[in-house]
Ligand binder design. Structure first.
Ligand SMILES: Nc1ncnc2c1ncn2[C@@H]1O[C@H](COP(=O)(O)OP(=O)(O)OP(=O)(O)O)[C@@H](O)[C@H]1O
Ligand SMILES: [Zn+2]
Ligand SMILES: [Zn+2]
Length: 805
């Protein structure tokens, strides 16, 4: 008997944002599961599209339902928990369900459907068809790229029998295989074969002898060729003579390369760690999914608590997800987790190749691992029987996806914990105000660790007032105090971390005669100088031009470079401290795969004295010999037009300060600032999160910002500025009709960077506490957005945006 299934087709559009029903016949009946990817005939032409199975019914009333074309994977890549989560998440993020399902899956599972046109050349010339469709070949018609006019004409031709449409599917999911060679001769047969060979057939004799030493597991063909030096032709003729059997066997790509990790065991927890661990254990036992906010100063041993809590659930046969903020953190953190859990760990982050990610995903699906560590999207790992979710550095803005679907991995973690009746631990030295406020209201359980695991005090922090140093600085970047401290550590053979705060910051060119700033012709932003390529580059669209020698506006040669890039600081350091060896870590030096890890390994091995870098060095580093942390410019992130700029600055300074003095030697932190009286800087100096929380909450209340108010941002873009503005004003008018005057609407206004990649942006932000009608309006705006999209207007809705630009 056949089964009836409901699917979501992989076409993110209003018309397809609903369930469609198909039949599965007996042959596939037991293989198709909730979460499987299938291919179904769709629309009038019945073109095959990818779809996700969301429910199965055994009672099929056969009616006029169509059969699915194929099952795409032998085991389902998602599970029923994730399928129902996708429903909730689509609602939360104003996205189509297909968008959410796509975002959950690794890239390799995205399917390409291509169309071919078969032209009946007796009725029409091939060129006429190609011209209309604007393609060069008849076999590459991407569906999304046809206009309505083209599509209508194509349909007409199909009806007249002038052309025929065919579909081809290119499933990009590739399983990696390797050829394995198995011996197929008994010992006595082997001897006979050897004796029958001419003595100069050395290759074959060598192979036969080797076969005698193999067991039934055989040997990789690659090894035979590379290590045993047996020729490919020898192997092929051996197969023809039935000496061997060759089989392609499935191989996982190994994201850890050949790197092995020394295993370690659990440390004895100190009393603060024990209190935290006990709270988690109690909730594991009582299946209590109330989120736990673990607020622990830097170096207090939060990671150790995570690892031992994970060990607890793994011991009970359950699984765990541990999220870490961004790829920069992953190599170090992954190594710590692997040291504890060995090959029970899968890792998911953006530095993996698509193939590696796909293989890690399948290890999870096949229940070969119990622990998943990864960045944002790892929160969708299809683990069964989830026992704990950990979100490390829970305040990090990288947990929010800035593209459709605009989800927060932290919220998804909380949701999955609730579904699985297991605890979720949100850990940070500087919790987000949102999470800390929930703990205050007892919505979350709060546990604090106020001391470092090594019992040392937190490092002392000194602020260097750069205004006073204006005339006595060593150069424009380094104060005298900073330079003295650097020289002191180098003499003592200790290590130094230097942070260049790049948030909201660029090295741009300004004319001192007329004030002209060199900007990107496509985008409304200043170009950044790159010393390595001797060019000015736009960080938004990639536009590149030569570094000007004279002002483009007035011709003056008094143009000057403002701001400081890491490359420039590296050069300054080389002049000021010629004996120091420096490792620079920024987007440019970490672009290549594995570069990040290699640089950190080198620093850990003392191949350099100074690690100079951007934000990416602020978190997670645990190097025992670092005794000085210097922040070269604390203020740049205070200047941003974003209500979270003080919070971000406080978090960054606290995080980076925490890198000093983590082992036996005491640490010192120096912060250079032009605003030494700003509360974010003063409280970071005291490492006083609690005071910062109180002060910042007060300001948020005054400003009607989160966590007192919710925020939603709507952004409109168009190639024409007045169109973008008009659509944005229409939206505001719609929203005004449903919201009360307790809510605040900011805008619409052009973005601070109003033009990016030839498009103009207008945006508005709604701040509200309770607006029952708002959701419905936003949903209708999303639905209408699709029509407008065809006219080159795009609209995005972003709940709780993390970055304001
Ligand atoms: N119970 C313990 N006994 C001894 N050493 C410990 C203990 N717990 C943690 N440590 C050590 O203290 C150091 C800091 O711990 P860990 O990195 O876990 O802290 P953290 O709170 O996660 O830090 P951060 O948030 O700053 O990254 C590490 O070197 C760790 O090995
Ligand atoms: Zn000029
Ligand atoms: Zn640009």
């Amino acid at each position: 008997m056949s089964k009836k299934i409901d699917v979501i087709v992989d076409i993110p559009a209003l018309q397809t944002n609903q369930n469609f029903t198909y039949l599965v016949d007996d042959s596939l009946e037991n293989l198709v599961k909730v979460g499987s990817r299938v291919l179904v005939p769709f629309g009038q032409a019945g073109r095959p599209v990818q779809a996700y199975v969301i429910s199965i019914e055994s009672q099929a009333n056969l009616d006029d339902l169509k059969n699915i074309n194929a099952l795409l994977d032998p085991e389902p890549m998602l599970n029923s928990e994730l399928i129902s989560l996708s429903n909730w998440l689509a609602d939360q993020t104003y996205s189509f369900r297909a968008n959410v399902l796509r975002a959950m899956l690794p890239n390799l599972l995205k399917l390409n459907t291509r169309r071919y046109v078969l032209v009946n050349e007796e009725k029409i010339s091939k060129n006429e068809v190609l011209d209309l469709l604007g393609v060069e070949q008849a076999n590459d018609l991407r569906i999304a790229e046809l206009t309505h006019m083209q599509q209508a004409k194509l349909n007409e031709w199909v009806n007249q029998g002038v052309v025929e449409l065919k579909y081809a599917i290119a499933d990009t999911a590739k399983i990696k295989t390797e050829m394995q060679v198995y011996p197929n001769l008994s010992e006595s047969d082997l001897k006979i074969e050897v004796s029958q060979l001419a003595s100069n057939a050395t290759g074959q004799i060598k192979l036969l002898k080797l076969l005698g030493t193999l067991d039934e597991d055989g040997i990789a063909q690659k090894k035979l060729i590379n290590e045993e030096k047996i020729g490919r032709s020898t192997i092929e003729s051996a197969e023809k003579k039935h000496w061997i059997i060759r089989k392609a066997i499935e191989k996982y790509r190994n994201p850890f390369q050949s790197k092995t990790v020394q295993s370690d065991s659990a440390l004895i927890l100190n009393s603060e760690q024990k209190i935290a661990k006990n709270m988690i254990d109690r909730q594991i036992k009582s299946k209590d999914s109330t989120p736990i906010l673990l607020e622990g100063v830097t170096g207090s041993g939060k990671t150790e608590v995570y690892l031992q809590s994970i060990a607890e659930v793994v011991k009970q046969g359950k699984t765990a997800i541990m999220l870490v903020p961004e790829i920069s953190l992953t190599p170090l953190m992954v190594n710590r987790v692997r040291a504890r859990f060995g090959n029970q760990v899968a890792v998911l982050h953006s530095a993996l190749s698509d193939g590696e990610k796909f293989d890690e995903w399948r290890r999870i699906v096949r229940q070969e691992v119990s622990v998943v560590v990864g960045a944002r999207s790892a929160v969708f790992a299809p683990l069964q029987n989830l026992g704990i979710v950990i979100v490390d550095e829970e305040h990090s803005s990288t947990y929010k996806q800035e593209d459709t679907p605009r989800y927060s991995a932290r919220d998804v973690a909380v949701y999955r914990a609730r579904t699985n009746k297991c605890p979720v631990v949100l850990g940070s030295a500087t919790p987000s105000l949102e999470s800390r406020a929930r703990a205050e209201k007892k919505v979350y359980n709060l546990v604090q660790m106020k001391e470092r695991a090594n019992k040392h005090d937190l490092p002392t922090i000194k602020i260097i007032d750069m205004r006073k140093e204006l005339n006595s600085r060593a150069d424009e970047t380094f104060s005298k105090g900073m330079l003295t401290a650097i020289n002191d550590r180098i003499a003592k053979k200790e290590q130094i971390v230097l942070l260049l705060n790049r948030r909201g910051f660029s090295s741009f060119v300004m004319c001192r005669s007329c004030g002209f700033v060199l900007k990107c012709p496509n985008c409304d932003v200043s170009l950044t100088m790159h010393v390595d390529t001797h060019s000015m580059r736009c960080h938004y669209c990639g536009h590149e031009e030569v570094i000007p020698k004279a002002c483009k506006n007035c011709g003056s040669d008094k143009i000057r470079f403002y701001g400081t890039g890491t490359e420039k600081v590296e050069k300054q350091l080389a002049k000021l401290v010629p004996d120091a060896k420096v490792i620079r870590m920024d987007v440019d030096t970490t672009r290549r795969k594995g570069a990040h890890e290699r640089l950190l390994d080198r620093f850990g091995n003392h191949e350099a004295d100074i690690l100079l870098g951007t934000q990416m060095i602020a978190k997670g580093l645990d190097f025992p010999d670092v005794t000085l942390v210097g922040v070269l410019n604390a203020d740049t992130s205070l200047e941003l037009p974003d209500f979270r700029s003080a919070e971000r600055t406080f978090q960054l300074l606290t995080q980076v300060a925490g890198r000093a003095g983590r082992a036996d030697k005491e640490g010192e932190v120096l912060i250079q600032s032009f605003n030494p009286d700003h509360y974010a800087i003063k409280l970071a100096q005291k490492q006083d999160y609690e005071d910062f929380f109180i002060k910042e909450m007060y300001l948020r209340k005054l400003g009607k910002y989160p966590p007192y108010f919710f925020t939603v941002q709507v952004a409109v873009s168009s190639g024409e500025e007045k169109t973008a503005a008009k659509v944005a004003f229409d939206i505001v008018n719609k929203i005004k009709k449903v919201v009360s005057d307790r809510s605040v609407i900011l805008g619409p206004s052009p973005r601070s960077i109003a033009k990016i990649k030839q498009k103009y942006f207008y945006q508005l932000v709604i701040k509200f506490q309770k607006e029952p009608g708002l959701d419905q309006v936003l949903r209708s705006i999303r639905d209408e957005a699709q029509k407008q999209y065809r006219q080159g207007i795009s609209i995005s809705i972003d709940p709780e945006p993390q970055v304001f630009i």
